[in-house]
Write a protein that binds this ligand. Structure first.
Ligand SMILES: Nc1nc2c(ncn2[C@@H]2O[C@H](COP(=O)(O)OP(=O)(O)OP(=O)(O)O)[C@@H](O)[C@H]2O)c(=O)[nH]1
Ligand SMILES: [Mg+2]
Length: 443
Protein backbone atom coordinates (compact mmCIF):
# COMPACT_ATOMS: atom_id res chain seq x y z
CA UNK A 1 0.00 0.00 0.00
CA UNK A 2 1.45 3.33 -1.14
CA UNK A 3 4.82 1.60 -1.50
CA UNK A 4 5.98 3.48 -4.56
CA UNK A 5 5.36 6.99 -3.32
CA UNK A 6 6.78 6.06 0.09
CA UNK A 7 10.05 4.86 -1.36
CA UNK A 8 10.29 7.95 -3.57
CA UNK A 9 9.97 10.19 -0.53
CA UNK A 10 12.47 8.08 1.37
CA UNK A 11 15.03 8.63 -1.37
CA UNK A 12 14.44 12.38 -1.44
CA UNK A 13 14.89 12.75 2.31
CA UNK A 14 17.95 10.53 2.32
CA UNK A 15 19.62 12.76 -0.26
CA UNK A 16 18.81 15.84 1.80
CA UNK A 17 20.03 14.38 5.06
CA UNK A 18 23.42 13.63 3.49
CA UNK A 19 24.04 17.38 3.30
CA UNK A 20 25.87 18.89 6.23
CA UNK A 21 23.90 22.06 5.87
CA UNK A 22 20.81 22.68 3.81
CA UNK A 23 20.97 25.51 1.33
CA UNK A 24 18.07 27.11 -0.50
CA UNK A 25 19.19 25.21 -3.54
CA UNK A 26 19.06 21.86 -1.69
CA UNK A 27 15.50 22.62 -0.63
CA UNK A 28 14.50 23.67 -4.11
CA UNK A 29 15.93 20.44 -5.50
CA UNK A 30 14.04 18.45 -2.86
CA UNK A 31 10.82 20.27 -3.62
CA UNK A 32 11.25 19.58 -7.35
CA UNK A 33 11.69 15.88 -6.64
CA UNK A 34 8.60 15.87 -4.44
CA UNK A 35 6.61 17.47 -7.23
CA UNK A 36 7.66 14.71 -9.61
CA UNK A 37 6.88 12.03 -7.02
CA UNK A 38 3.36 13.38 -6.55
CA UNK A 39 2.69 13.65 -10.26
CA UNK A 40 3.92 10.08 -10.70
CA UNK A 41 1.55 9.05 -7.95
CA UNK A 42 -1.22 10.48 -10.13
CA UNK A 43 -2.10 13.36 -7.87
CA UNK A 44 -4.14 16.06 -9.55
CA UNK A 45 -1.88 18.68 -11.17
CA UNK A 46 -3.55 21.65 -9.54
CA UNK A 47 -3.35 20.05 -6.12
CA UNK A 48 0.36 19.40 -6.66
CA UNK A 49 0.94 22.98 -7.76
CA UNK A 50 -0.72 24.49 -4.70
CA UNK A 51 0.96 21.98 -2.40
CA UNK A 52 4.42 22.72 -3.77
CA UNK A 53 3.90 26.45 -3.45
CA UNK A 54 2.99 26.13 0.23
CA UNK A 55 5.86 23.75 1.01
CA UNK A 56 8.35 25.99 -0.74
CA UNK A 57 7.17 29.12 1.02
CA UNK A 58 7.50 27.55 4.42
CA UNK A 59 10.60 25.46 3.82
CA UNK A 60 12.62 28.33 2.44
CA UNK A 61 11.82 30.41 5.51
CA UNK A 62 14.16 30.91 8.40
CA UNK A 63 12.44 28.34 10.54
CA UNK A 64 13.70 25.44 8.47
CA UNK A 65 17.03 26.65 7.14
CA UNK A 66 18.22 27.99 10.47
CA UNK A 67 16.88 25.19 12.58
CA UNK A 68 18.94 22.62 14.41
CA UNK A 69 18.07 19.83 12.03
CA UNK A 70 16.82 21.34 8.76
CA UNK A 71 16.02 18.05 7.03
CA UNK A 72 13.77 16.97 9.89
CA UNK A 73 12.06 20.35 9.87
CA UNK A 74 11.61 20.04 6.13
CA UNK A 75 10.04 16.60 6.54
CA UNK A 76 7.69 18.08 9.11
CA UNK A 77 6.65 20.87 6.71
CA UNK A 78 5.96 18.32 3.94
CA UNK A 79 4.02 16.16 6.39
CA UNK A 80 1.84 19.03 7.60
CA UNK A 81 1.00 20.14 4.09
CA UNK A 82 0.13 16.57 3.07
CA UNK A 83 -2.26 16.40 6.00
CA UNK A 84 -3.74 19.74 4.96
CA UNK A 85 -4.52 18.62 1.43
CA UNK A 86 -6.25 15.51 2.73
CA UNK A 87 -8.48 17.52 5.01
CA UNK A 88 -6.63 17.65 8.35
CA UNK A 89 -9.25 15.81 10.41
CA UNK A 90 -11.36 12.72 10.02
CA UNK A 91 -15.03 13.31 9.24
CA UNK A 92 -17.62 11.33 11.13
CA UNK A 93 -20.72 9.88 9.54
CA UNK A 94 -23.92 11.49 10.77
CA UNK A 95 -26.51 9.23 12.32
CA UNK A 96 -29.86 10.03 13.86
CA UNK A 97 -30.71 10.00 17.55
CA UNK A 98 -32.00 6.78 19.06
CA UNK A 99 -35.62 6.07 18.21
CA UNK A 100 -35.29 7.25 14.62
CA UNK A 101 -33.94 5.19 11.76
CA UNK A 102 -30.70 6.37 10.12
CA UNK A 103 -30.37 5.71 6.42
CA UNK A 104 -27.02 5.29 4.68
CA UNK A 105 -27.01 5.07 0.90
CA UNK A 106 -24.05 3.56 -0.97
CA UNK A 107 -23.39 4.69 -4.53
CA UNK A 108 -20.54 4.21 -6.98
CA UNK A 109 -19.33 2.63 -10.18
CA UNK A 110 -19.33 -1.07 -10.94
CA UNK A 111 -16.94 -3.24 -8.97
CA UNK A 112 -15.79 -0.40 -6.73
CA UNK A 113 -16.57 -2.38 -3.59
CA UNK A 114 -20.04 -1.12 -2.60
CA UNK A 115 -21.58 -4.43 -1.57
CA UNK A 116 -18.54 -5.58 0.44
CA UNK A 117 -18.27 -2.19 2.10
CA UNK A 118 -21.96 -2.14 3.12
CA UNK A 119 -21.20 -5.17 5.26
CA UNK A 120 -17.94 -3.69 6.56
CA UNK A 121 -19.64 -0.50 7.70
CA UNK A 122 -22.60 -2.42 9.13
CA UNK A 123 -20.15 -4.54 11.09
CA UNK A 124 -18.61 -1.39 12.60
CA UNK A 125 -21.97 0.13 13.47
CA UNK A 126 -23.43 -3.01 14.99
CA UNK A 127 -21.54 -2.36 18.22
CA UNK A 128 -24.30 0.00 19.28
CA UNK A 129 -26.89 -0.13 16.48
CA UNK A 130 -29.22 -2.75 15.12
CA UNK A 131 -28.28 -2.68 11.43
CA UNK A 132 -30.24 -3.80 8.37
CA UNK A 133 -28.48 -4.38 5.05
CA UNK A 134 -30.73 -3.81 2.05
CA UNK A 135 -29.98 -4.93 -1.48
CA UNK A 136 -31.47 -2.58 -4.06
CA UNK A 137 -29.21 -3.92 -6.79
CA UNK A 138 -31.55 -5.37 -9.36
CA UNK A 139 -28.96 -5.26 -12.15
CA UNK A 140 -26.50 -7.98 -11.38
CA UNK A 141 -28.23 -11.35 -10.90
CA UNK A 142 -26.06 -12.51 -7.99
CA UNK A 143 -25.92 -9.13 -6.21
CA UNK A 144 -28.74 -9.81 -3.75
CA UNK A 145 -27.29 -13.18 -2.74
CA UNK A 146 -23.86 -11.63 -2.29
CA UNK A 147 -25.19 -9.15 0.27
CA UNK A 148 -27.34 -11.80 1.94
CA UNK A 149 -24.28 -14.00 2.51
CA UNK A 150 -22.32 -11.06 3.90
CA UNK A 151 -25.21 -10.21 6.25
CA UNK A 152 -25.19 -13.80 7.48
CA UNK A 153 -21.43 -13.72 8.06
CA UNK A 154 -21.58 -10.50 10.06
CA UNK A 155 -24.79 -11.23 11.95
CA UNK A 156 -26.63 -8.26 10.44
CA UNK A 157 -30.26 -8.08 9.30
CA UNK A 158 -30.97 -8.46 5.59
CA UNK A 159 -33.82 -7.29 3.38
CA UNK A 160 -34.60 -7.42 -0.32
CA UNK A 161 -37.52 -8.39 -2.56
CA UNK A 162 -37.83 -10.68 -5.51
CA UNK A 163 -38.55 -8.14 -8.26
CA UNK A 164 -36.66 -5.56 -10.30
CA UNK A 165 -37.87 -2.28 -8.85
CA UNK A 166 -35.09 -0.86 -6.61
CA UNK A 167 -37.23 2.07 -5.50
CA UNK A 168 -39.99 -0.19 -4.26
CA UNK A 169 -37.44 -2.35 -2.44
CA UNK A 170 -36.10 0.71 -0.61
CA UNK A 171 -39.56 1.93 0.30
CA UNK A 172 -40.54 -1.45 1.75
CA UNK A 173 -37.18 -1.75 3.49
CA UNK A 174 -37.96 1.42 5.46
CA UNK A 175 -41.23 -0.06 6.65
CA UNK A 176 -39.56 -3.38 7.49
CA UNK A 177 -36.86 -1.55 9.49
CA UNK A 178 -39.51 0.30 11.45
CA UNK A 179 -41.55 -2.86 12.15
CA UNK A 180 -38.48 -4.75 13.37
CA UNK A 181 -37.00 -1.79 15.27
CA UNK A 182 -33.75 -1.39 13.37
CA UNK A 183 -31.62 1.69 14.14
CA UNK A 184 -29.80 1.98 10.84
CA UNK A 185 -30.28 0.72 7.31
CA UNK A 186 -27.55 0.53 4.71
CA UNK A 187 -28.75 0.55 1.11
CA UNK A 188 -26.63 -1.20 -1.51
CA UNK A 189 -27.26 -0.02 -5.05
CA UNK A 190 -26.21 -1.18 -8.50
CA UNK A 191 -23.05 0.03 -10.18
CA UNK A 192 -22.47 0.98 -13.81
CA UNK A 193 -19.34 0.94 -15.90
CA UNK A 194 -19.55 4.69 -16.11
CA UNK A 195 -21.81 7.50 -15.01
CA UNK A 196 -25.06 7.13 -16.96
CA UNK A 197 -28.41 8.84 -16.94
CA UNK A 198 -30.69 5.92 -16.00
CA UNK A 199 -28.47 5.15 -12.97
CA UNK A 200 -28.55 8.78 -11.82
CA UNK A 201 -32.32 8.97 -12.17
CA UNK A 202 -32.71 5.73 -10.21
CA UNK A 203 -30.45 7.01 -7.42
CA UNK A 204 -32.24 10.36 -7.29
CA UNK A 205 -35.52 8.55 -6.81
CA UNK A 206 -34.05 6.35 -4.06
CA UNK A 207 -32.70 9.46 -2.37
CA UNK A 208 -36.08 11.18 -2.52
CA UNK A 209 -37.95 8.29 -1.01
CA UNK A 210 -35.46 7.30 1.71
CA UNK A 211 -34.06 10.73 2.67
CA UNK A 212 -30.60 9.36 3.57
CA UNK A 213 -28.58 10.80 6.43
CA UNK A 214 -25.43 9.85 4.57
CA UNK A 215 -24.82 9.27 0.89
CA UNK A 216 -21.42 7.64 0.59
CA UNK A 217 -19.61 7.37 -2.70
CA UNK A 218 -17.48 4.23 -2.91
CA UNK A 219 -14.40 4.25 -5.10
CA UNK A 220 -11.51 1.97 -5.85
CA UNK A 221 -8.30 3.67 -4.62
CA UNK A 222 -6.53 2.30 -7.70
CA UNK A 223 -8.64 4.58 -9.88
CA UNK A 224 -6.23 7.46 -9.21
CA UNK A 225 -7.29 11.02 -9.82
CA UNK A 226 -9.75 9.91 -12.54
CA UNK A 227 -12.12 9.45 -9.69
CA UNK A 228 -12.36 13.22 -9.22
CA UNK A 229 -14.64 13.71 -12.22
CA UNK A 230 -16.83 10.76 -11.22
CA UNK A 231 -17.21 12.13 -7.68
CA UNK A 232 -18.18 15.50 -9.13
CA UNK A 233 -20.86 13.93 -11.35
CA UNK A 234 -22.39 11.94 -8.50
CA UNK A 235 -22.18 14.92 -6.18
CA UNK A 236 -23.82 17.21 -8.69
CA UNK A 237 -26.88 14.94 -8.85
CA UNK A 238 -27.00 13.56 -5.32
CA UNK A 239 -25.03 15.90 -3.07
CA UNK A 240 -22.93 13.18 -1.49
CA UNK A 241 -21.69 13.38 2.12
CA UNK A 242 -18.40 11.60 1.82
CA UNK A 243 -16.21 9.04 0.14
CA UNK A 244 -14.98 5.57 0.95
CA UNK A 245 -11.79 4.49 -0.80
CA UNK A 246 -11.55 0.73 -1.13
CA UNK A 247 -8.61 -1.51 -2.04
CA UNK A 248 -6.16 0.67 -0.19
CA UNK A 249 -4.21 -2.54 0.39
CA UNK A 250 -3.55 -2.87 -3.31
CA UNK A 251 -0.78 -1.19 -5.22
CA UNK A 252 -2.45 2.20 -5.02
CA UNK A 253 -0.27 5.12 -5.97
CA UNK A 254 -2.11 7.53 -3.72
CA UNK A 255 -3.52 9.82 -6.42
CA UNK A 256 -7.15 9.49 -5.34
CA UNK A 257 -6.45 9.84 -1.62
CA UNK A 258 -4.38 12.96 -2.16
CA UNK A 259 -6.53 14.65 -4.81
CA UNK A 260 -10.13 14.17 -3.69
CA UNK A 261 -10.53 16.63 -0.86
CA UNK A 262 -9.00 19.64 -2.58
CA UNK A 263 -10.67 19.04 -5.93
CA UNK A 264 -14.16 18.07 -4.78
CA UNK A 265 -14.42 19.51 -1.27
CA UNK A 266 -15.64 16.10 -0.06
CA UNK A 267 -13.91 14.15 2.66
CA UNK A 268 -12.75 10.58 2.58
CA UNK A 269 -14.42 9.00 5.61
CA UNK A 270 -13.21 5.40 5.51
CA UNK A 271 -10.73 3.20 3.70
CA UNK A 272 -11.03 -0.47 2.82
CA UNK A 273 -7.76 -2.27 3.41
CA UNK A 274 -8.50 -5.84 2.32
CA UNK A 275 -11.18 -8.30 1.32
CA UNK A 276 -12.08 -9.36 4.84
CA UNK A 277 -14.89 -7.67 6.78
CA UNK A 278 -12.47 -6.36 9.42
CA UNK A 279 -10.25 -4.73 6.79
CA UNK A 280 -11.88 -1.38 7.16
CA UNK A 281 -10.76 1.74 9.01
CA UNK A 282 -11.59 5.36 9.52
CA UNK A 283 -9.60 7.66 7.29
CA UNK A 284 -7.07 9.70 9.26
CA UNK A 285 -5.12 12.17 7.09
CA UNK A 286 -2.30 12.15 9.68
CA UNK A 287 -1.94 8.39 9.44
CA UNK A 288 -1.91 8.34 5.67
CA UNK A 289 0.66 11.16 5.56
CA UNK A 290 2.72 9.13 8.03
CA UNK A 291 2.48 6.06 5.81
CA UNK A 292 3.50 8.03 2.74
CA UNK A 293 6.49 9.67 4.38
CA UNK A 294 7.43 6.73 6.58
CA UNK A 295 8.83 9.19 9.13
CA UNK A 296 6.39 9.09 12.03
CA UNK A 297 9.17 9.12 14.60
CA UNK A 298 10.93 12.20 13.23
CA UNK A 299 7.67 14.10 12.97
CA UNK A 300 6.69 13.52 16.59
CA UNK A 301 10.19 14.40 17.66
CA UNK A 302 10.18 17.69 15.77
CA UNK A 303 6.74 18.52 17.18
CA UNK A 304 7.85 17.93 20.75
CA UNK A 305 11.13 19.70 20.24
CA UNK A 306 9.41 22.67 18.64
CA UNK A 307 7.19 23.01 21.64
CA UNK A 308 9.98 22.88 24.16
CA UNK A 309 13.21 24.11 22.73
CA UNK A 310 14.19 27.69 22.69
CA UNK A 311 15.67 27.87 19.21
CA UNK A 312 17.72 30.99 19.92
CA UNK A 313 19.22 29.32 22.95
CA UNK A 314 19.96 26.16 21.02
CA UNK A 315 21.66 28.05 18.23
CA UNK A 316 23.78 29.95 20.76
CA UNK A 317 24.77 26.65 22.35
CA UNK A 318 25.58 25.19 19.00
CA UNK A 319 27.83 28.13 18.13
CA UNK A 320 29.62 27.75 21.44
CA UNK A 321 30.02 24.10 20.78
CA UNK A 322 31.63 24.72 17.47
CA UNK A 323 34.16 26.85 19.26
CA UNK A 324 34.36 24.09 21.87
CA UNK A 325 33.41 26.33 24.74
CA UNK A 326 30.63 24.12 25.97
CA UNK A 327 30.53 24.45 29.76
CA UNK A 328 28.43 23.15 32.61
CA UNK A 329 25.98 26.05 32.29
CA UNK A 330 25.24 24.99 28.73
CA UNK A 331 24.91 21.45 29.92
CA UNK A 332 22.40 22.59 32.53
CA UNK A 333 20.35 24.47 29.95
CA UNK A 334 20.28 21.36 27.74
CA UNK A 335 19.04 19.29 30.64
CA UNK A 336 16.34 21.82 31.44
CA UNK A 337 15.15 21.84 27.84
CA UNK A 338 15.14 18.07 27.81
CA UNK A 339 12.98 18.02 30.91
CA UNK A 340 10.43 20.26 29.19
CA UNK A 341 10.06 17.72 26.41
CA UNK A 342 8.45 15.16 28.66
CA UNK A 343 9.51 11.69 29.75
CA UNK A 344 13.07 11.31 28.59
CA UNK A 345 12.83 7.69 27.60
CA UNK A 346 9.97 8.38 25.22
CA UNK A 347 11.92 11.18 23.55
CA UNK A 348 14.97 9.01 23.14
CA UNK A 349 12.86 6.19 21.80
CA UNK A 350 11.81 8.44 18.96
CA UNK A 351 15.30 9.17 17.78
CA UNK A 352 16.96 7.40 14.88
CA UNK A 353 19.82 6.35 17.17
CA UNK A 354 17.53 4.23 19.29
CA UNK A 355 18.60 0.98 17.65
CA UNK A 356 22.22 1.52 18.59
CA UNK A 357 21.43 2.40 22.16
CA UNK A 358 18.96 -0.32 22.91
CA UNK A 359 20.37 -1.52 26.20
CA UNK A 360 20.90 1.83 27.85
CA UNK A 361 18.06 2.99 29.97
CA UNK A 362 17.57 6.55 31.05
CA UNK A 363 16.79 7.32 34.61
CA UNK A 364 14.77 10.47 35.17
CA UNK A 365 16.01 10.62 38.77
CA UNK A 366 19.60 10.84 37.58
CA UNK A 367 18.61 13.76 35.43
CA UNK A 368 17.30 15.58 38.51
CA UNK A 369 20.47 14.78 40.45
CA UNK A 370 22.60 16.06 37.60
CA UNK A 371 20.63 19.28 37.58
CA UNK A 372 20.94 19.66 41.37
CA UNK A 373 24.70 19.07 41.25
CA UNK A 374 25.29 21.71 38.60
CA UNK A 375 23.03 24.16 40.42
CA UNK A 376 25.20 23.77 43.53
CA UNK A 377 28.30 24.87 41.68
CA UNK A 378 29.52 28.46 41.58
CA UNK A 379 29.47 30.28 38.24
CA UNK A 380 33.25 30.00 38.11
CA UNK A 381 33.11 26.24 38.58
CA UNK A 382 30.50 25.91 35.86
CA UNK A 383 32.73 27.81 33.44
CA UNK A 384 35.75 25.67 34.23
CA UNK A 385 35.08 22.34 35.84
CA UNK A 386 38.77 21.62 36.20
CA UNK A 387 39.03 23.88 39.26
CA UNK A 388 36.64 21.62 41.17
CA UNK A 389 38.97 19.99 43.66
CA UNK A 390 38.22 17.63 46.56
CA UNK A 391 36.92 20.35 48.89
CA UNK A 392 34.68 21.82 46.28
CA UNK A 393 33.35 18.36 45.41
CA UNK A 394 32.42 17.80 49.05
CA UNK A 395 30.65 21.18 49.23
CA UNK A 396 28.76 20.51 46.00
CA UNK A 397 27.62 17.07 47.11
CA UNK A 398 26.34 18.46 50.41
CA UNK A 399 24.60 21.34 48.67
CA UNK A 400 22.86 19.10 46.19
CA UNK A 401 22.01 16.28 48.56
CA UNK A 402 24.08 13.81 46.58
CA UNK A 403 27.26 11.87 47.28
CA UNK A 404 30.81 12.74 46.31
CA UNK A 405 30.79 9.68 44.06
CA UNK A 406 27.86 11.11 42.15
CA UNK A 407 29.63 14.45 41.74
CA UNK A 408 32.74 12.63 40.55
CA UNK A 409 30.76 10.61 38.09
CA UNK A 410 29.05 13.65 36.65
CA UNK A 411 32.33 15.48 36.16
CA UNK A 412 33.82 12.48 34.46
CA UNK A 413 30.79 12.17 32.21
CA UNK A 414 30.94 15.85 31.39
CA UNK A 415 34.56 15.53 30.42
CA UNK A 416 33.89 12.67 28.06
CA UNK A 417 30.91 14.53 26.74
CA UNK A 418 33.11 17.47 25.82
CA UNK A 419 35.32 15.02 23.98
CA UNK A 420 32.34 13.57 22.19
CA UNK A 421 31.28 17.08 21.22
CA UNK A 422 34.52 17.47 19.37
CA UNK A 423 33.59 14.46 17.31
CA UNK A 424 30.14 15.69 16.42
CA UNK A 425 31.27 19.25 15.91
CA UNK A 426 30.61 19.27 12.23
CA UNK A 427 27.33 17.43 12.43
CA UNK A 428 24.34 19.74 12.07
CA UNK A 429 22.14 17.19 13.78
CA UNK A 430 23.57 18.47 16.98
CA UNK A 431 20.66 17.89 19.25
CA UNK A 432 20.15 14.31 18.24
CA UNK A 433 23.79 13.48 18.69
CA UNK A 434 23.80 15.23 21.98
CA UNK A 435 20.84 13.25 23.16
CA UNK A 436 22.45 10.08 21.91
CA UNK A 437 25.56 10.90 23.90
CA UNK A 438 23.56 11.65 27.01
CA UNK A 439 21.69 8.42 26.68
CA UNK A 440 24.93 6.47 26.48
CA UNK A 441 26.10 8.17 29.63
CA UNK A 442 23.18 7.05 31.73
CA UNK A 443 22.57 10.43 33.30
N1 LIG B 1 -8.28 -6.13 -1.70
C1 LIG B 1 -9.47 -5.58 -1.52
N2 LIG B 1 -10.52 -6.01 -2.20
C2 LIG B 1 -11.70 -5.41 -2.00
C3 LIG B 1 -11.86 -4.35 -1.08
N3 LIG B 1 -13.16 -3.96 -1.11
C4 LIG B 1 -13.77 -4.77 -2.01
N4 LIG B 1 -12.91 -5.65 -2.56
C5 LIG B 1 -13.15 -6.66 -3.60
O1 LIG B 1 -13.58 -6.03 -4.78
C6 LIG B 1 -14.46 -6.85 -5.50
C7 LIG B 1 -15.73 -6.08 -5.84
O2 LIG B 1 -16.42 -5.79 -4.66
P1 LIG B 1 -17.99 -5.59 -4.60
O3 LIG B 1 -18.30 -5.25 -3.18
O4 LIG B 1 -18.71 -6.72 -5.21
O5 LIG B 1 -18.13 -4.30 -5.52
P2 LIG B 1 -19.48 -3.57 -5.98
O6 LIG B 1 -19.18 -2.13 -6.07
O7 LIG B 1 -20.59 -3.97 -5.11
O8 LIG B 1 -19.67 -4.18 -7.44
P3 LIG B 1 -21.02 -4.10 -8.35
O9 LIG B 1 -22.14 -4.41 -7.45
O10 LIG B 1 -20.80 -5.12 -9.41
O11 LIG B 1 -21.07 -2.71 -8.88
C8 LIG B 1 -14.72 -8.04 -4.61
O12 LIG B 1 -13.92 -9.10 -5.04
C9 LIG B 1 -14.26 -7.60 -3.23
O13 LIG B 1 -13.81 -8.66 -2.45
C10 LIG B 1 -10.70 -3.88 -0.36
O14 LIG B 1 -10.73 -2.95 0.45
N5 LIG B 1 -9.53 -4.54 -0.62
MG1 LIG C 1 -22.45 -4.70 -5.54
Amino acid sequence: MLDKITSRFEGIFKTLSRQNRLSEKNIQDGVREIKLALLEADVNYKVVKDFIKLVEEEALGEKVLKSISPTDQFIKVVHDKLVDIMGSHSDEIQLKKRGEISVILFVGLQGSGKTTTCAKLGNLLKVNQKVLLVSADTYRPAAKDQLKILAGQTGLGFFTEDHNDPIKICKNALKYAKDYEYHAIILDTAGRLQVDEPLMVELEKIKKITEPDEILFVSDAMAGQNVVDVVKSFDHRLNINGIILTKFDSDTRGGAALSIKKTTGKSIKFIGTGEKIENFEKFYPERVAGRILGKGDIISFVEKAQAAIDVEEAIKTQKKLLKSKFDLDDFLSQIQQLKKMGPLQSILDMLPIKGQMKDQSVDEKNLLHTEAIILSMTPKERKNFRIINGNRRRRISLGSGTTIQEVNRLLKQFESMQKMMQKVKKNPRFLQNMLGGMKGMNL
